[in-house]
Design a protein around this ligand. Sequence first.
Ligand code: SR1
Ligand code: MG
Length: 408
Amino acid sequence: MSIYDNYFLMQEKDVVSYVKEKLPDFFSKDASLTCKEIGDGNLNYVFRVIDDKNNKTIIVKQAAEELRISKEMKISTDRGRIEYEILKIQGDICPNMVPKVYLYDKTMCAFIMEDMIGHKMMRTALCEHEIFPKFADQCSTFLARTLLLTTDIVDEHKHKKEQVRRYINPQICEITEDLVYSEPYLNYNNRNNVFEPNLEFVQKELYADEALRLEVAKLKFDFMNNAQSLIHGDLHTGSIFINKEHSFFFDCEFACYAPMGYDIGNIMANMFFAWANGDATIQDKEHKEKFCNWCIDTIEQILDGFIVKFKDLYQTSVTDHMAKSKGFLDWYLQNVIADTAGVVGLELIRRTVGMANVKDLKLIEDEKARVRAERIIITYGKNCILNRKEFKNGFDFVVAMKKAIAKF
Ligand code: SR1
Ligand code: MG
């Protein structure tokens, strides 16, 4: 009998003995263990257990029934299992790019994983205007490999269908369908958080734009019905831990089979939030230019790197006979890039006016500067959604960003 035989939401004091019980050999016998809750996401509790004496740490992540962001929102605690299993899948596809996982406990809805020591949450680092020159290359590798290798182009079709069934995630997907693909354009549950001085702008540009709503509706039904790849499902800069040499991709509890452009567009949009924060808050002209140009270059290089790596990997790993037809790869990639553009727009808009706003914008203290930043983002986001089929490569995104920036 153990207190961990029945689910309860752990406090810091419980987690030390939890780790001792579940992973008795991880820390040495003389370890002096302490624990701190370090999560700052919207859903779960994340605990770091530290052995000061031997300089060793480990992470425990537990799912609560009520979400941290809103007590009224309840979703299945099975999401921990999904994240644990996806981390293993992605770790096989991209060795060393995701943290190692040690154990999943279905009773406590918790899993234990490697601590990403020496890495910082990417959003925090970006809000401090740090630059990571290797990120575009690392990220495009992660995207090309995890996304292509889980499609029907490569994966045996019966296996892929079994995976679709295994990772069908209705409650988690409902959050995305609602918070990304509906609420920002309707405010029908009154969940949007709009920055007051931009209220009129949002009403005109988002709530009253019927052409935009139609395009978002098309994207929503594609997200729900196109089980293209096993996507991460929430690949923003808070789901990445980084340093100058290395990136860890994690926090994949929103994983499901959906259009791969969802992941590519997500990270590209979140890099533009970093640009917006830098543009609005860095005082020194040279520093601002360096940081902001790096953000824009990174957005361009993520997509261009993805395209090159996807094409190379396709040649060596395609298994479906019909997918080898001349012209198929180019046709396929064109659709992926259009989906990517759509998601860049959706993510930009929902993180600006929706329920889960980003720190990059909230940290802009100067009212005028924040108003301008948000208007640039919404304008660029709308262009990405409405004209998504016209985007062909990274440079097309650079042109669209610069056009929106020049308008305000
Ligand atoms: C109710 S959860 C809000 C958001 O947090 C997660 O990071 C996902 O992006 C979700 O949409
Ligand atoms: Mg998350």
